[in-house]
Design a protein around this ligand. Structure first.
Ligand SMILES: [Zn+2]
Length: 362
C-alpha cells in the first residue's frame, strides 16, 4: 500500500509535465503577439495546474501525516541460504514466507496465527534490533533461511510448485494469519522470546535445559494433547544387528559393538522428565539421546529399543527437538476452539503477547 501512493503521485506529475511540455511548445508562438489569445490558450492549463498543484500539496501533507502516524515497518537482514545472498526485507514479509515454510497451510487459522507470532518472536529475538546476536552463518544477517539453523522460508516459486492449484487459497490463508497478528510477538521480561517450535511433541514438550543446556522460564515441559492422529506421532525403524553395529561403531569410535551382543551392549541409562532419552550406553561408550538421534536419523529422542529377530527395533514418539510449541498440538488446540493467544501462552508459559514496537521504547 505504502509504495503505491508515491508512485501514483509521480505518475500523475509526469503525465502533467509531459502534457504541459506539449502545450509549452505551442504557447510562445500564440502568447507574444496576441495578448487576447493568451488567456484562452494558457488559461486552461493554468487552472488545471493550480488545481492539480493544490491537490498534490494536500496529498503530500496527508501522506506525511499518515507516515507520522504509522509505525515504520521493522526490517530484517535475511540471509537467503539457498541463494547465498543477504536481503533486507520487511518483518511481515519475512514472517509470511516463514509461516508458509514452517506449517501446513491447511492447519486451523488460529494455529497459523500462533505460528506467525512464534516466527516473528523468534526472528526478532535473534535480530540485532532487539540486541540479539543475529545469525552466525552470515555476518550482518539477523536470521537465515536454513531450516536447520534459523527458520524455514518458502519463496513464491517453491510454494507454487508445492501447492500447485491450491496456491492462491493457501497463500491467502497464510497472509490472513500474518495480517491478523501484525506486529505481535510473545514477550518475557520486556524482550521477544526465543520462540522455539517443533512438529510433534509426542504428548509432552521438552524443557529447554534438556536440549540446549540453557534454562528459560517460558520453555518448560508442558502437556500437548490431541497429537495422536498425526502421522508422525509414532514411528519405528528396524535395523539388523550387523547394520546397527556398523553404523554406531562408525559414529561412536571406540564403542566396539558386536552384532551378536547388542542386547548386552545397548542400554538406556536415563530419561528426562518428559520421557526423552538423556543418556545411553553403547558398548564401551556412552552417548546422549540427541547424539543417537542424529546418528540414526530418528524422529526424536523419545525412543525405546527392543531386540528381536537378530536386530533392533527402535520406536519413536513425536518429531523434532520437542521444545516450545508443538505445531500439531497447536492445531489440535485450535480445532478444540483455542485462539492463538491461548495456544501461545500454553506452550510458552508466562509470556505476554504485545506489539513488538512497544518493546523498543522511545
Ligand atoms: Zn541462521
Amino acid at each position: 500500500m505504502k509504495s503505491w501512493a508515491p508512485l501514483g503521485l509521480l505518475a500523475g506529475l509526469l503525465a502533467l509535465l509531459l502534457w504541459l511540455g506539449g502545450q509549452g511548445a505551442a504557447a510562445p508562438v500564440a502568447a507574444a503577439p496576441q495578448a487576447s489569445a493568451v488567456p484562452a490558450a494558457s488559461g486552461q492549463p493554468e487552472r488545471v495546474f493550480v488545481r492539480l498543484s493544490a491537490g498534490t500539496e494536500r496529498e503530500r501533507a496527508e501522506a506525511q501525516a499518515e507516515e507520522a502516524d504509522a509505525e515504520p515497518e521493522m526490517e530484517l537482514a535475511v540471509y537467503l541460504a539457498q541463494e547465498d545472498r543477504l536481503s533486507v526485507m520487511g518483518l511481515e514479509d519475512f514472517v509470511r514466507h516463514a509461516v508458509a515454510g514452517e506449517m501446513p497451510a491447511s492447519f486451523a487459522p488460529e494455529a497459523l496465527k500462533a505460528q506467525a507470532v512464534a516466527a516473528r518472536s523468534y526472528a526478532l529475538w535473534k535480530s540485532t534490533l532487539f540486541g540479539g546476536g543475529g545469525c552466525s552463518q552470515r555476518a550482518g544477517a539477523d536470521v537465515c533461511t536454513d531450516s536447520g539453523h534459523c527458520m524455514a522460508y518458502a519463496d513464491e516459486s517453491s510454494l507454487r510448485q508445492s501447492w500447485g492449484e491450491d496456491y492462491q487459497e493457501n497463500w491467502a490463508a497464510v497472509c490472513r494469519a500474518v495480517e491478523e497478528t501484525e506486529g505481535l510477538v510473545c514477550a518475557y521480561d520486556g524482550e521477544p522470546i526465543q520462540a522455539l517450535f517443533h512438529a510433534v511433541s509426542g504428548g509432552r514438550t521438552e524443557d529447554a535445559v534438556a536440549v540446549f543446556q540453557n534454562a528459560l522460564p517460558y520453555l518448560t515441559s508442558v502437556e500437548s494433547q490431541g497429537e495422536e492422529g498425526s502421522a508422525e506421532y509414532r514411528a519405528e525403524l528396524f535395523f539388523s544387528g550387523a547394520e546397527l553395529a556398523q553404523r554406531l561403531n562408525a559414529a561412536f569410535p571406540g564403542a566396539g559393538l558386536d552384532p551378536a551382543k547388542l542386547p548386552q551392549q545397548l542400554e538406556l541409562l536415563s530419561r528426562t522428565d518428559s520421557g526423552r532419552v538423556e543418556e545411553l550406553r553403547l558398548g564401551a561408550r556412552t552417548a546422549t539421546g540427541r547424539q543417537l538421534r542424529q546418528a540414526l536419523g530418528l524422529n526424536s529422542t523419545n525412543f525405546s529399543l527392543s531386540f528381536e529377530d537378530g536386530g533392533v527395533r527402535i520406536q519413536t514418539l513425536g518429531y523434532g527437538h520437542g521444545v516450545g510449541m508443538s505445531q500439531v498440538g497447536a492445531n489440535a488446540m485450535a480445532q478444540e476452539g483455542a485462539d492463538f493467544a491461548q495456544i501461545l501462552t500454553h506452550y510458552y508459559q508466562g509470556v505476554s503477547i504485545v506489539p513488538a514496537a512497544s518493546l523498543l521504547g522511545d
